[in-house]
Structure formats: C-alpha cells, structure tokens
Write a protein that binds this ligand. Structure first.
Ligand SMILES: NC(=O)c1ccc[n+]([C@@H]2O[C@H](COP(=O)([O-])OP(=O)(O)OC[C@H]3O[C@@H](n4cnc5c(N)ncnc54)[C@H](OP(=O)(O)O)[C@@H]3O)[C@@H](O)[C@H]2O)c1
Length: 246
C-alpha cells in the first residue's frame, strides 16, 4: 500500500511558494486526503479552512520550526506526506554568483541555512509524527544543479553547494530512517524548471516554452512520488521520474 492509497492521509508542506501552493491543490484532489498543514513565513489567516491550516514558520529560526511542529501535533497524530518546498536562489540582497569574485560569506551561509540546514531540522521536528505503521513519504525539493556529477557549466556557487549539501543530509536521513522509520520513503526531487518568483529572472525568452507551470510540476511530482516506494528511499529523481546522479 502507498500513502496516497490510504483511506485518510495527512500532509505537511513547508513553503507556500509557487510549487508549494500547487502541490497543496494537487494533494487535495486525491481521494484519501484528510488534512494539510502549510508552514510559511507569512501565513494568511484567511487561507485557513478545516482541511487546510497555515502555520507560521521561518526556515532560519529553529524554534519556529519546533513550534510549528508542536502546533501541527494538536491537529494530526500521524503525518503521511512531508514535503519541503522551501528554497532561495536570490533575494533583495543576494544573487546567484556568476564567478568566484561574487562569493560572500553572507550568500553562502544564507543559502546553506535555507536550502540545506532546514531539511534535517524539519525532519527532526516532525520525526515522531512520521514514525508509525502507515506508509509515509518525506520529499524535499532539491535541484539538478545540486548534482556534483551534473555540474558542467559552473556558476551559482552558493545555491549549487547548498542543494548538494541538502542531498547529502537527505541521503543520511534516509539511512537513519530505514531503521527507525521503516515505512517512510525519503526522496530528493528536482521539480524541473518551473514558473515561479525563484526562477523568473533566469528564464530566457527562448527557454520560456519549455518551462513548466506550477500545476504541471505538481501533477508530475505526485506521479513520481506515487511510483516510488520504501526500497527507493534515499534516491534523487526529476519530475519525469528519472534518476539524477548525486
Ligand atoms: N522553480 C524552479 O524552476 C526550480 C528549479 C529547481 C528547484 N527548485 C526548488 O523548488 C523549491 C520551490 O521553489 P519555487 O519555484 O516554488 O519558488 P518560490 O515560489 O520562490 O518558493 C520558495 C518558497 O520558499 C520560501 N522561503 C524562502 N526562505 C524561507 C524562510 N526563511 N522561511 C520560510 N520559507 C522560506 C519562500 O517563502 P516567502 O514566500 O515567504 O518568500 C517561498 O514560499 C525550492 O527549493 C527551489 O530551490 C525550483
């Protein structure tokens, strides 16, 4: 049995960006969907409904991650699908580095905090709710550019390195959970190039027609997750289901 086939399953989505919101819509179409909890920096209380709860959480603030998990535990005993969609490539101050001279400690540490360190803190906070005898998935959005083997073009030092670090953290978690959470499948996923605030500045006019909408991406990622099981735990797949080398 897969968690999507359960008569009732609960979902936690970290991040309320383009892909996070699209995944939220898509999981609600699955017949067994019961409860979703979205963790985000600026939750809109108007978005709360009985089946969808938005909780405040900042990926750079470990206490807020623990607080959000404690609040979630008041609503659900078991989490069946925990998806990390939090990420940063650029913000008001930082842009992906084209060359060594653009690197700063700030850009490296900011990217590592959000794109890498957040994942194990999230898993730690939700570990007890993910440990049960139903099938479960922890999926984290990585990026193909985080593949060391796939790095042929260089650039984007902080983002690439932080996603590579996330991949190692995820793989290590998968090894630990194989024993402690034997029903959980831990996956790194590359969503494709998807229309969003994160990707917008880097999509050229020529490339635009090959870019996925968030809805197309979410449909594909759900299909990929549905096709994998616990024997795939600790693997890295793209939105088409193809394995990406670490
Ligand atoms: N779009 C693509 O082409 C693409 C390609 C490869 C990988 N990815 C990965 O896919 C994931 C989702 O990206 P997206 O395209 O949906 O971009 P997005 O719309 O910018 O979503 C990213 C989300 O991360 C949240 N976030 C950033 N820092 C945070 C923090 N400190 N605390 C809490 N939330 C924080 C943002 O929250 P705010 O709304 O509060 O800023 C935003 O909701 C990211 O991990 C990204 O690296 C995307």
């Amino acid at each position: 049995m897969h968690c999507f086939d359960l008569p009732e399953f609960n979902v936690v989505i970290a991040g309320g960006g383009s892909i996070g919101r699209a995944l939220l819509e898509e999981v609600q179409l699955i017949p067994g969907f019961n409860q979703a909890i979205v963790l985000e920096r600026n939750p809109d209380p108007a978005g709360n409904a009985s089946a969808v709860l938005h909780l405040k959480m900042d990926a750079k603030d470990p206490d807020s991650i623990k607080d959000a998990a404690a609040q979630a535990a008041r609503h659900v005993n078991r989490v069946h699908l925990l998806i990390n969609t939090v990420g940063v490539l650029h913000d008001g101050k930082l842009r992906p580095e084209k060359s060594l001279k653009a690197i700063s400690q700030d850009s490296l540490l900011n990217s590592f905090a959000i794109n890498a360190a957040f994942l194990p803190l999230l898993a730690q906070a939700f570990s007890a709710m993910m440990r049960h005898d139903d099938p479960a998935i922890l999926a984290s959005l990585s990026a193909r550019v985080g593949s060391i083997e796939d790095n042929h073009s260089g650039g984007w030092y902080s983002y690439r390195a932080a996603k590579a670090a996330q991949n190692m953290l995820l793989r290590t978690l998968a090894r630990e959970w194989r024993l402690s959470h034997p029903k959980a499948t831990v996956l790194a996923l590359h969503p494709g190039t998807v229309e969003s605030r994160l990707s917008e500045p880097f999509i050229s006019a020529n490339y635009r027609k090959r870019v996925l909408t968030p809805g197309e991406c979410a449909t594909s990622l759900i299909k990929v997750m549905a096709s994998l099981n616990v024997s795939d735990s600790g693997s890295f797949h793209d939105w088409k289901g193809e394995v990406i080398p670490w």
